[in-house]
Each structure stands twice: as C-alpha cells, then as structure tokens.
Design a protein around this ligand. Sequence first.
Ligand code: PLP
Length: 395
Amino acid sequence: MKDIRTDFPILAANPKLVYLDSACTSLKPSKVIEAEMAYYRELGACGGRSSHRLGRKTNEKMDEARRTVASFVGGESEGLVWTKNTTEALNLIANAFDFSKKKKVVTTIMEHHAVLLPFMKLRDGGKITLEIVPCDAQGEVSMDAWEGAVDEETALVVTNSSTNTTGRKAELRRIASLAHDNGALICVDGAQGVPHHKTDMKKDGYDFLCFSGHKMLGPTGIGVMIARKEHLKNLKEFMVGGGTVSTVTCGEAKYMNDHTRFEAGIQDYAGMTGLSAACQYLKGLGMDEVERHEKALADAMLKELRNAGATVYGPESIEKSAIYSFNLRNAKAHDVALMLDKMDIAVRSGFFCAQPAMEAMGAHDGAVRVSGYVYNTLDDMKKFGEALAKVKALY
Ligand SMILES: Cc1ncc(COP(=O)(O)O)c(C=O)c1O
C-alpha cells in the first residue's frame, strides 16, 4: 500500500509517532475531519424534522450517508439504525430482540464486554438463558464447540467477526448457517472486523451487524446497527423520544415502523457524514488491499515479538488482523506500554474490555496489545521491534 501518513494530520504533526493502538481507536484522515466540519460550517440544522432548506439539505446528507455506510458492508440502507457506537448497537439488539418464543442466546468467551454484559444482564434478570462457548488456551473457539451449543432452543447467536485480543477472524459463514439451520438469528459484532476485512452481510448471511465509526477512520460518537430490513419490525422499541413516533396522546404512543423507531432524539449528523467519508476513503484504498497490507504488518509484528521472546496470546498464523496481545518476561504490561510510549510507540495495556477472554488465554494480569492499520508501515514494525528490545534489556 502507498504511504498515506500525510493524509492523517496527527501523523503529519508527529513524524516520529508509531501509532499501534488502532484496535482501541483509529486515527482520522483529513477527508473525514473535513466532512464532519462541513456539516457544522454549511448546515448545522436538524434532520428528519425541519422543512426549511438547511433541514432538507441535512436530510439529504443523512440519506446519502445511510446509503454509503450500508453499501460498504453489503447491507440494506432501510435496515440501518444510527447509534453512538458498537456498544449502543449491541445494547439495542439485546433489549429490542423478541425473546418471547425462544430465550436462549449463544455467544463466546472471546467476546468484548460490549457483547457479554448486555446479555449477562438479561440473563441475571431472568429474561434469557445464556450459553457462553469456551475457547482453548489459544483463544480458539472450535466449530465443534459452536455445534455443541447452538440448538433448536436458540433464539440468537452473537459473535465477533474478529476478536479485539488476538485479531482472529471468526468463521462467520459457518456460524451463520449453524444459527439459521437451528431457526436462530445471528448478530455480528463487527467492531474489529468491518474496519479490517471486506464485509458483505448479505452474502455471509448475518441478520444484524453492529460496528463503530471511530475504529474505521471515522469520528467518535457514531456507530451503526444494520438489520436485514424484515427483522426491524420484530424489534421492540429501546430508547424512545422525539422522532420515534407517528402520533402521541397522553394515553398512547404509536411508534414508527421503520428504522426511525430506534433513532430517538437529535442525531449525530456530523458523525454520519464523517463515517460516510471514512467508508469512501477505505473503499478508495480497497478492502482487499487493506487486508493484504495488514497481513504483512501482522507477519512483521510477530517476527519482532518472537525476536523479543515475548509470550504471545492467541493463534499466531491463521487468518487474522494485525493485532497481537503479549507479555514480556516478568514486566508489568502497563510498565511496558509506558516505556514504549517514551520511545514514541503508542500501544494499549490491560484486559482490553475482554477480561474473560484474556483470563482464558492465561493472561491473568492483562497484557500489552499492538494493533496496526492502514497508515502503519513495515518501518513502524522495525521501530516497534527496536523499542521492544530496549525494554526487554531492562528485565
Ligand atoms: C470486538 C469489540 N466489540 C465491541 C467494542 C465496543 O466498541 P465501542 O467502544 O466503539 O462501542 C469493541 C471496542 O474495543 C471491540 O473491540
């Protein structure tokens, strides 16, 4: 991939910075920042409400963003609901899904807390039963384990498309078929998949897809839940308020039938246009090229980690994004992250909001996580390796 560092104002202003924390949030290119600013500079009005010209123009921008974002993941724009982030999108599914006929939800121990907590809360309130499929010591969830858990009692299967701890890509087509063969629906947490892999929710057969703008070069504060549009009518209201209703009396509210039923209150119009610009930017790079680039980054990262004698969590050589979690000898993960920061390498340390996953892989005190993206280069990986060698020499 061509060097695109100059597209990113933070990298242009900090030429020494090696940003390896994109699994937490990605940096934003000028195109995205400009698109977001253009809303405030040129429109600044409400969408879906006001009939004056700025309001109408905001509607147009909103519809355009809806189409661009939906098409980026092979989804239907009529099924797209704007949310604040993946967490809100997953909470929407957990709380809006109809569990009146079947109550069983199946998910895995490798999920982010954004998946586990909303469903654990429903379980603890007696609203659902929850089966959490275990992984092996490498964080692998086998198809056998999935097959042992999903049955005809299952209402909903919830899985990541790639984990945020190991970057492992889930076998989504097989998991989706398993869910459907058992009469269940599948909700995919695409927070770590959509930014890094070509996603086609129609072809791969998922019913719901949730993701965040900020992990895919877009702004913070905007996320998406896309449903196959026939499922929207079966979801109950979640957050209600202005924009979600057709008529209201003091005795009764009649809710909208479409995606607007779930978009309560004034929306993040600037965020939508920013996310749309991010999708266009990624499309311009080509998602096949993004994957190829990340594979090269992942290989180089692993080489540096091996050279440093790091303990790497998760599978090393299968289909994955450029993410590795690791520990270095007896060094505390936070100390390693702070030392790397002193050498201009930005990484994350801790449990990455996936404590059960990290514990299952033996990282009982957390770990350090490196995650690369489109703006990283092989030279960044070399610098990471050199910095790691300096930290290692201290232990
Ligand atoms: C796999 C996964 N799911 C969900 C989330 C939650 O995303 P957000 O914080 O944008 O809601 C994250 C964030 O790190 C994640 O990595």
